[in-house]
Design a protein. Structure first.
Length: 177
């Protein structure tokens, strides 16, 4: 009985291996993730610095816009207070990205990433000292059809508006007086 179980398991492994060797294609996945990290403590009169990283976590190459811009509908930084309520300040993040050109895009192979730093006055994110959770949402505001018509991009999948919004991990920071 024990030998029959081992033989069955080996047959399964050989069948899977031979299917891959026979040219059967594995599904190709285009996937993007975003992460954010930062120091844990800041002063309300200083700047909060976020390190934001966008990574191709899929198995195929992916064209990504290098200039995500900060503001609603692009790279939106969301802040929650200690009770979980979203914080709104008088600051309006309204960075308008330039019209896209070919060199504004980067091809990310599976496992590759790029990132940037966002350093802003603390009061652009929060109104008072306290403990806050921060996360980032990223959406490319441009549709793929527009990008294909207006730019000479490689014939690869593009992370465009149609692919939706990705959401980062949450980080916790303390803001003091």
């Amino acid at each position: 009985m024990k030998n029959a179980i081992i033989l069955t398991l080996l047959s399964s492994v050989v069948a899977v291996g031979s299917a891959r060797l026979s040219g059967e294609q594995q599904p190709v996945v285009a996937a993007l993730s975003i992460s954010v990290r930062s120091a844990e403590a800041y002063n309300i009169k200083g700047n909060i610095r976020l390190e934001i990283q966008i990574e191709n976590v899929g198995s195929e190459s992916l064209v990504v816009w290098r200039h995500p811009g900060w503001g609603v509908g692009r790279m939106n930084v969301r802040v929650l207070d200690s009770s979980g309520k979203e914080v709104f300040t008088t600051f309006l993040a309204d960075e308008i990205p330039p019209p896209p050109r070919e060199n504004d895009f980067i091809v990310l192979e599976g496992g590759e990433f790029f990132g940037n730093h966002l350093s802003e006055v603390a009061t652009h994110f929060v109104n008072t000292p306290g403990t806050y959770d921060i996360f980032v949402e990223y959406t490319n505001p441009l549709p793929e059809e527009y990008l294909r018509k207006s730019s000479q991009l490689p014939h690869l999948p593009i992370w465009s508006r149609e692919r939706g919004t990705i959401v980062s991990n949450r980080i916790r920071i303390d803001v003091t007086k």
